[in-house]
Design a protein around this ligand. Structure first.
Ligand code: SF4
Length: 469
């Protein structure tokens, strides 16, 4: 097979800006690492343009000219839209002789986007390993028609009735992620945090209505969407990385679901004994029980991060999250009692959400006292189950954000809430340190009387909150 040169572009800057992150050298990204490893295993060369902070389109152009690839692949997420447009324009103007492909989550949940991106020839939906190899084989035979026949590839302008993602059901067959392409030693993951990002699975068993998993799963054949690697394969990759990068001090499991059944977790605990490094992972609240916590503890789990998303039971029910507050309490309590740190993911800005609902979320976190709190503003990702319910109410159609009939329209109030929510733990610490009961009453007032709280929030600019906390 003739060797091809494939150059990936990863504009991480869009994601970092959206999340207010300032990174130095950026982070490892599994999607590109895994595709690159697979292409190398099949005899091809790969390169990467990793844009961490501001995009410099002239530099992107000169990097492409220097590498001179046969194929250019852009990996996309929705919050990279402005970068995607810049790169699209560059490819359309300067590199129309190259084969150009867009993949990643943004195009996978919104395949129709390809028709607006004239700089790209093809979109790859979902897992890309098999599709990329088939594209390469057909390019060599100059068989453009065959490329558009690939079941998860869309040629710009093509109307595809049905998308079927063909993927490796047996993950252990895939090579370990290619960290060299990211110059892993210089990433923030390794250089600053001494941690190794790792995946145990792809997909998710659940279909929360705001999450991209609710869109992606429909492109997969039954039983192929959620796939787990064997614990042995996961630990073999970790052991390989530790040998190569000896300063790794912890493992960060980034799969949407760290495990799916206790047998897998039981095997993992046995395998992980040879690794013996602290790790962090993501789970659903209802997965936590005594047996699971015992296994997590035994294997050295340091922190479990879980999505609460809302303090309101009815909102949680409507978005597909654990509705019962007592299940959330039980999960956090069990983990804490066993010395495992916790973290909560929260969201505000759901349609019909009231100020009281937001305070319920703050109050819930105040009681749970997670070691880490992440709060974000709900973003209606295209084609998700929830997007369909809110699409006619978008305040700003371009950015798919802010609703005409929700609190989100009041940007000023939203910003105040955001700072308040995000920084409540500092307020609590401040109150505890001062031991001033008047401050505690202020807190109680804020929590319990949302009408008063709303007035206070309306009067204060976000900057005031920044200074206060
Ligand atoms: S559990 Fe998490 S990853 Fe899975 S569908 Fe819900 S939000 Fe998405």
């Amino acid at each position: 097979m003739k060797k091809m040169r494939i150059q990936f572009i990863y504009p991480e800057s869009g994601y970092n800006k959206y999340n207010n992150l300032t990174l130095i050298n950026g982070r490892y990204y599994h999607g590109i690492g895994q595709l690159s490893a697979f292409l190398k295993q099949n005899g091809h060369d790969t390169g990467l343009i990793h844009i961490v902070n501001e995009i410099d389109i002239e530099k992107v152009e000169s990097d492409i000219r220097k590498y001179d690839p046969d194929i250019i692949c852009l990996s996309s997420t929705t919050h990279m839209l402005s970068e995607i447009i810049l790169i699209n324009d560059l490819l359309e103007k300067e590199f129309s002789d190259k084969t150009t492909i867009i993949g990643g989550i943004a195009i996978s949940i919104e395949p129709e986007l390809i028709d607006r991106l004239k700089g790209f020839d093809y979109a790859v939906i979902g897992d890309g390993e098999i599709a990329l190899i088939e594209i390469i084989e057909n390019l060599k035979r100059s068989s453009d028609k065959k490329i558009s026949d690939i079941s998860n590839v869309i040629k710009r302008g093509q109307k595809k009735e049905r998308i079927n993602v063909r993927c490796h059901k047996e993950f252990d067959e895939l090579p370990f992620g290619d960290r060299d392409i990211f110059d892993f030693e210089n990433t923030d993951d390794y250089k600053l945090f001494k941690r190794l990002p790792m995946m145990t699975s792809r997909g998710c068993r659940f279909s929360c209505s705001f999450c991209s998993n609710s869109v992606l799963r429909k492109y997969y054949f039954k039983d192929t969407y959620l796939r787990f690697r064997s614990p042995k394969d996961v630990c073999d990759e970790i052991a390989y990385c530790i040998q190569k990068y000896p300063e790794i001090r912890s493992i960060q499991f980034q799969s949407d679901l760290f495990f799916d059944n206790k047998e897998w977790l039981d095997d993992f605990v046995k395998e992980y004994k040879r690794i013996a490094l602290p790790y962090h992972c993501l789970m659903r609240v209802e997965q936590v029980d005594k047996d699971v916590v015992k296994l997590l503890k035994e294997s050295g789990c340091e922190q479990v991060l879980m999505g609460i998303e809302s303090g309101s039971e009815s909102t949680r029910k409507s978005i597909g999250k654990t509705p019962k507050t007592k299940i959330i309490f039980k999960a956090f309590e069990l983990l804490k009692r066993n010395g495992i740190k916790t973290g909560s993911f929260n969201m505000m800005g759901f349609l019909k959400e009231t100020t009281e609902d937001i305070f319920k979320g703050i109050y819930l976190n105040a009681i749970l006292k997670p070691d880490l709190i992440q709060v974000s503003i709900y973003y209606p990702y295209k084609n998700t189950l929830l997007y369909d319910q809110v699409k006619d109410m978008l305040y700003n159609k371009h950015y798919h954000t802010y609703f005409e009939r929700s609190l989100m329209k009041e940007k000023y109030l939203v910003k105040n809430f955001y700072y308040f929510y995000k920084n409540y733990e500092y307020l609590m610490r401040f109150i505890n340190e001062k031991k001033d009961s008047r401050l505690f009453w202020l807190w109680e007032l804020l929590i319990k009387n949302s009408l008063v709280s709303e007035k206070i929030l309306r009067r204060n600019k976000p900057e005031t909150f920044r200074i206060l906390f």
